[in-house]
Design a protein. Structure first.
Length: 255
């Protein structure tokens, strides 16, 4: 009901209430006051559907999604080589697909201020995009020798971390696109997930080698020994707790 309410708030009581699910908040608050409205006898909903919207437009499987920091937009990446922006309220596509990658897009994300989008691709590159215009910002960030599997901004938006099928991570300057230092080496198989700690001082990564690793975000040095415990098929995803004191990992071993 977002669109009709936006177009005519005064029509809320006479039009919207008629078709509201019987047990939704709007119905509970206002229907008793407007008893003479048209009543739906058959086919009416009791609750709002859990599926709010289906966003259609990609031509192949979607690999990565995320909300903008203010919650108004959604970004998605796909094996159709494109990145797309969507209106989070209406589900409508915003502009044309963001094109430039020569391989499937594996990972996408917004910058902390919501003005940029980062994407990683199977074409071995990382790209930056203007979140308002959809224009590519500068040249592709090149350095990985294999497909990029995961990307993310630092909390202050000045750095980008990327992981790849080549077992390495890389750090990039988010303003210039320049690679920062040497590749972060240590994993024995492809890197599956990367991310910064909330204070931006550490990076966590997971790999098909069944380990999780911590890195110094300034020096790129490995911090301590690999975190071992998962048994089979590799670690698929990792992330920090909001206070930065804990790490959670998920694995193909079902744990």
């Amino acid at each position: 009901f977002y669109l009709p309410i936006r177009e005519s708030c005064t029509g809320l009581y006479s039009t919207i209430l008629t078709f509201c699910p019987k047990e939704c908040c709007l119905a509970g608050l206002y229907k008793k006051k407007y008893r003479h409205n048209i009543q739906v006898k058959e086919g009416g909903l009791r609750h709002w559907p859990k599926n709010l919207s289906i966003l259609q437009g990609h031509q192949s499987e979607v690999t990565s999604v995320g909300f903008s920091p203010d919650g108004t937009k959604i970004v998605s990446g796909s094996w159709d080589n494109t990145v797309r922006l969507w209106d989070a309220c209406t589900g409508q596509s915003l502009g044309q697909p963001l094109e430039g990658h020569q391989g499937g897009v594996s990972s996408v994300g917004f910058s902390p201020d919501g003005t940029k989008i980062v994407s990683g691709s199977d074409d071995n590159t990382v790209r930056l995009w203007d979140a308002c215009t959809g224009q590519s910002l500068g040249q592709p960030l090149e350095g990985h020798q294999d497909g990029v599997t995961s990307v993310g901004f630092s909390p202050d938006g000045t750095k980008i971390v990327s992981g790849s099928w080549g077992n390495t991570l890389r750090l990039w300057d988010a303003c210039t696109g320049q690679s920062l230092g040497q590749p972060l080496e240590g994993h024995q198989q492809e890197v599956t997930s990367v991310g910064f700690s909330p204070d931006g001082t550490k990076i966590v990564s997971s790999s098909r080698d069944n380990t999780v690793r911590l890195w110094d975000a300034c020096t790129g040095q490995s911090l301590g020994q690999p975190l071992e415990g998962h048994q089979h098929w590799g670690v698929s995803s990792v992330g920090f707790s909001p206070d930065g004191t804990k790490i959670v990992s998920g694995s193909f071993d079902n744990t």
